[in-house]
Design a protein around this ligand. Structure first.
Ligand SMILES: NC(=O)c1ccc[n+]([C@@H]2O[C@H](COP(=O)([O-])OP(=O)(O)OC[C@H]3O[C@@H](n4cnc5c(N)ncnc54)[C@H](O)[C@@H]3O)[C@@H](O)[C@H]2O)c1
Length: 396
């Protein structure tokens, strides 16, 4: 029987999130062999800091290492498609950061390649794996709130509030044509689709760029950095700081979400409320161990995360006993545990609990609809997830 320690993983990128991947992989007992970063000097330095034995000089070199079974892609968005193609062609299981690609034509092609390969393919929509969100998925799908009617919420951050805040995500050639929607709105939509089992059929989008010119530092800036550079150059911003989206789900449920990277004081705040015909649930990522359950005819409840009080999915995702607060980094351990069960099996489960490339593609189709709705000022249908033919054309 294969054990997690027999599985070799390599990670591409060691910025904010690459480091979280490495820590979580080690925590669940996977053998993290090495790293590839932007250039050999940086790779060697970061591999040294992180205690990784192998500093790969290129993706070719990484993929020629036959002890690497799984590759985690945590590089900037514009690199995901090319790296994922190469990884699948070399027949390695893959965990890719979101967004899966820069366009739905690219993500559709990746779905086709991944499905043809039979390899495990995952997109890191980790927020599904807060234990209470796993619990809610069971609860809502088993009728705990009755028929789902309203799905509302927000995903707000403040790290791009000032015109001196800078990151590669602000440049469409690195981040993509949509910013706040692709970067964090996609998490909210993946989460609520997972929780309700309902897909968004159509939407109406209003996008806003409140900071039209930003001061780009001379030199690189780390994600979520608050350091200010002395030398800057003004750059016109073409992507949205915020978005307001109205949603129609299949089956008749309605939704609304606001997405913002310029909301002072909201560091990384994702919230949802699901209102059904008999009850409601609400959750806030800044208080992730508490779930509000709303009732009409009796007092409301707060469920504090406790493996003994949750459904099977919630219990499986919990790493710690109740009262020992779990957070962002813990979701990676729970998420990767589910993915690596399939890696050990050698293929994806029939219905993986984690987001696959097909789910990553759905988020790209959602983005297409958001962009078109904002441009044309009307409701737009969201394209279905069917991988395009070999021409690589978008299905939206
Ligand atoms: N799931 C989540 O919660 C979550 C959170 C943050 C970021 N992300 C995603 O992770 C990705 C990285 O984001 P980040 O915030 O860590 O960015 P970051 O800028 O902190 O890190 C990016 C890393 O990629 C490296 N890199 C750049 N070019 C490279 C190349 N050619 N080859 C190999 N490595 C290269 C950089 O040197 C850096 O180490 C993005 O796609 C982002 O959307 C996901």
């Amino acid at each position: 029987m294969t054990l997690r320690g027999d599985i070799g993983a390599a990670v591409i990128g060691s910025g904010f999130i690459g480091t979280v991947h490495i820590e979580a992989l080690r925590r669940i007992g996977v053998n993290v062999l090495g790293l590839l970063d932007a250039d050999p000097e940086l790779t060697a330095a970061r591999a040294g800091q992180l205690g990784l034995a192998r500093a790969y000089a290129s993706l070719d070199e990484l993929l020629s290492d036959d002890q690497v079974h799984v590759v985690h892609v945590t590089s900037p968005n514009n690199l995901h498609y090319g790296q994922a193609r190469q990884i699948l062609a070399a027949r390695r299981h893959i965990v890719c950061e979101k967004p899966l690609a820069m366009t739905s034509a690219e993500s559709g092609e990746l779905v086709r390649l991944a499905e043809a390969s039979g390899l495990v393919n995952a997109v890191n929509f980790n927020i599904r794996f807060y234990p209470l969100n796993q619990h809610v998925a069971n609860f809502v799908r088993d009728g705990g709130v009755g028929d789902v009617r309203l799905v509302t919420g927000r995903y707000h951050q403040d790290w791009l509030l000032y015109d001196t805040d800078w990151n590669w995500r602000l440049e469409p050639e690195h981040g993509g044509a949509l910013r706040a929607v692709a970067d964090i709105g996609s998490h909210w939509l993946d989460l609520t689709t997972f929780l309700t089992g309902l897909r968004v059929e159509s939407l109406m989008a209003d996008l806003a760029t409140f900071v039209p010119v930003r001061q780009k530092p001379v030199g690189a800036v780390e994600t979520f950095s608050t350091e200010r550079s002395a030398q800057t150059t003004p750059v016109a911003i073409k992507t949205e700081d915020a978005a307001l989206l109205m949603l129609r789900f299949e089956g008749g449920a309605r939704g609304a979400v606001s997405v913002s990277q310029v909301s002072a004081g909201r560091k990384n705040n994702i919230q949802y409320e699901i209102d059904g015909s008999s009850a409601a649930v609400a959750w806030d990522s800044e208080h992730p161990d508490h779930l509000w359950i709303g009732h009409r005819g009796r007092p409301n409840e707060i469920l504090q995360r406790d493996p003994g009080l949750m459904t099977a999915l919630g219990r499986a995702a919990a790493r710690l006993p109740g009262g020992h607060v779990e957070g962002f980094a813990d979701t990676f351990a729970a998420h990767f545990s589910a993915i690596y069960d399939d890696v050990i099996a050698g293929h994806p489960a029939a219905k993986p609990a984690y987001a696959t490339f097909a789910d990553g593609h759905l988020e790209m189709l959602f983005g297409d609809a958001v962009a078109e709705s904002a441009r044309t000022n009307r409701w737009v249908d969201v394209g279905r997830v069917s991988p395009p033919a070999a021409t690589g054309k978008s299905t939206s």
